[in-house]
Design a protein around this ligand. Structure first.
Ligand code: MG
Length: 425
C-alpha cells in the first residue's frame, strides 16, 4: 500500500452554500458579491454559462443580471465559515491526515490498496459529503500535492470524470499533463509563467521534462520542488498545523463615510472582537496590534493612517486588545476626514500553550483565568446564536455605516432564530 495525496475542493463554494440554504434558486443563475456589495466574487455554473464575468463591479452589471433573471446575494461569511467547518470535520474523519488549505480546499492523504484505482472511493466520499453537508466537491488524486491539484483540475474540466480524477494510477501521464497549461500548475505565479513561456515551456508536461538546473538557477529550490512534484517525488508535505497563522486581519469598507472618533472607535472595536475570537479559535495569542483607516483613494485630500502598539503579555483577551486598540485609534483619527475604510491586524502570534504569566502575581493570574472563561463563554454563545448575540457595550452601534449587505441570505446555519419553520397539518 502506498500513500496518495488528495486534493478536495468545494465547487463554486459560496454559490453552493447560498443554494443550500435557499433551494428555490437551484438550477438558476446566481452571483455572490464582495463586502459592501462591491464586486462579483463568486458565481455558479449557470451564471458562468450566461457570460457573467468574475471580479466586475456589481453596479455595472446590475441591469444585465436583472434582465437575465440571475439571483444576487451579498456575501455571508458566517454561513460559508460554518459550512466549511462541517465539511472539514467530515473530511478529517475520512482521511488519514488533513491540511485545511482555504475555506473550501483541503489536502488529505489515504493509503492506496495495491495498484487499485481510487475512483470508487472518491465517488463514495463525494456522495457522503453531498448527503451530509449538501454541497458538491471535486476530488483530485495523485502522488504529490502538485499532481493532486492537476488531477482536480482535470476532474472539473472533463465532464465524464464527474468530479473525480486519479492521475496517480496512470502510468503514462503525458497526454494528461499536456492538457494543463503551465500557468495552471500549482505554485507557478504570473512572473514565473512568463519566464517559462519565454523558454518555450507551455504546459505541465514540458515543465516536468525541463532541465532541473535551469529552473534551479532561476527559482532555486522553490522551482525545483514543483518540477520534482510533477515527476511524482513528494517534496511538499502535508502540513496539518497550517492554521498557525502569522497574522489575523479584519477590515471593512463603510457603506457611508464616517468622520467622528466615536464611530471609528466602534468600528475598530467590532473588528477587534472578530479578530480576537479567531485568535481563540486557533489557540493563538497576539502581542501586537495595528489599526488603520483611510479615506476614498480617489478623493482630492486622500488620507490614510496606521498605528501599531505592543501588548506586554501575549493575549487573546478581547478586553485587553480593545484597550490597546482604542489608544491607537486616537492616534490615527483626524477630524473632518471622510473615512471609508478601517481595519485591525493582530500580529506577533504564538501558540497559547506557551503562555507567559507574571511571576508572583496571583491576583493577575486569577483575573486571567476569569477573562479566559468569560471569553470562552461569549464565543460559545455567539457561535451558537450568531456573531453579535453577546458583545461588549462599546461596540453596540447604530449600523448606519455598516457594510452594505442588501441581498444577504436570510437563513443562517449559525443562528437558531433563522432556522426555517415547517408547519404540518
Ligand atoms: Mg472551490
Amino acid at each position: 500500500m502506498s500513500k496518495v495525496i488528495l486534493q478536495i475542493d468545494g465547487n463554486n463554494f459560496y454559490a453552493s452554500c447560498e443554494q443550500l440554504v435557499d433551494p428555490s434558486i437551484k438550477g438558476k443563475g446566481l452571483v455572490v458579491l464582495s463586502n459592501n456589495d462591491g464586486c462579483i466574487v463568486a458565481r455558479n455554473s449557470e451564471a458562468r454559462k450566461m457570460g457573467i464575468p468574475m471580479g466586475q463591479p456589481y453596479f455595472k452589471l446590475k441591469n444585465k443580471l436583472t434582465q437575465l433573471n440571475i439571483n444576487v446575494r451579498s456575501s455571508n461569511y458566517e454561513l460559508y465559515g460554518d459550512i466549511s467547518n462541517r465539511l472539514m470535520q467530515l473530511l478529517r474523519k475520512n482521511c488519514e491526515e488533513l491540511e485545511i488549505y482555504s475555506i473550501d480546499e483541503a489536502f488529505g492523504t489515504i493509503k492506496r490498496p495495491k495498484e487499485k484505482c481510487l475512483y470508487k472511493w472518491g465517488k463514495n466520499l463525494r456522495t457522503l459529503v453531498y448527503q451530509n453537508i449538501g454541497i458538491p466537491i471535486s476530488i483530485g488524486i495523485g502522488e504529490t500535492k502538485v499532481l493532486s491539484k492537476i488531477s482536480n483540475y482535470l476532474a472539473k474540466k472533463t465532464q465524464n470524470n464527474s468530479g473525480i480524477f486519479d492521475i496517480g494510477i496512470i502510468e503514462n501521464k503525458d497526454p494528461y499533463l499536456n492538457l494543463v497549461k503551465v500557468d495552471q500548475v500549482w505554485g507557478i505565479g504570473k512572473r514565473m509563467s512568463i519566464w517559462l513561456k519565454s523558454k518555450g515551456i507551455t504546459n505541465a508536461r514540458e515543465l516536468r521534462d525541463m532541465s532541473s538546473n535551469q529552473i534551479k538557477g532561476k527559482y532555486g529550490v522553490v522551482g525545483l520542488r514543483i518540477l520534482n512534484e510533477l515527476k511524482g517525488i513528494l517534496c511538499i508535505p502535508i502540513n496539518e498545523t497550517s492554521s498557525d497563522r502569522k497574522e489575523i486581519s479584519v477590515s471593512r469598507s463603510f457603506s457611508d463615510p464616517i468622520d467622528s472618533l466615536e464611530e471609528l472607535n466602534q468600528a475598530i472595536i467590532k473588528y477587534v472582537l472578530i479578530a480576537s475570537s479567531k485568535l481563540r479559535k486557533y489557540n493563538q495569542l497576539s502581542s501586537a496590534i495595528t489599526v488603520f483607516t483611510n479615506t476614498n483613494i480617489h478623493s482630492k485630500d486622500f488620507y490614510k493612517s496606521k498605528a501599531t502598539g505592543e501588548i506586554n503579555i501575549p493575549t487573546s483577551d478581547s478586553r485587553t486588545i480593545i484597550k490597546t486598540s482604542l489608544e491607537l485609534t486616537q492616534k490615527i483619527f483626524k477630524p473632518y476626514r471622510k473615512l471609508t475604510k478601517a481595519g485591525v491586524i493582530l500580529h506577533k502570534l504564538e501558540r497559547n500553550k506557551y503562555k507567559q504569566n507574571l511571576l508572583f502575581n496571583s491576583e493577575f493570574i486569577r483575573e486571567g483565568l476569569y477573562q479566559e472563561r468569560l471569553n470562552h463563554l461569549i464565543d460559545q454563545i455567539n457561535n451558537r446564536n450568531g456573531r453579535d448575540t453577546i458583545s461588549w457595550g462599546s461596540s453596540i452601534i447604530e449600523n448606519e455605516w455598516s457594510p452594505r449587505r442588501e441581498k444577504a441570505s436570510l437563513i443562517k446555519t449559525t443562528n437558531m432564530e433563522s432556522i426555517p419553520k415547517i408547519y404540518a397539518n
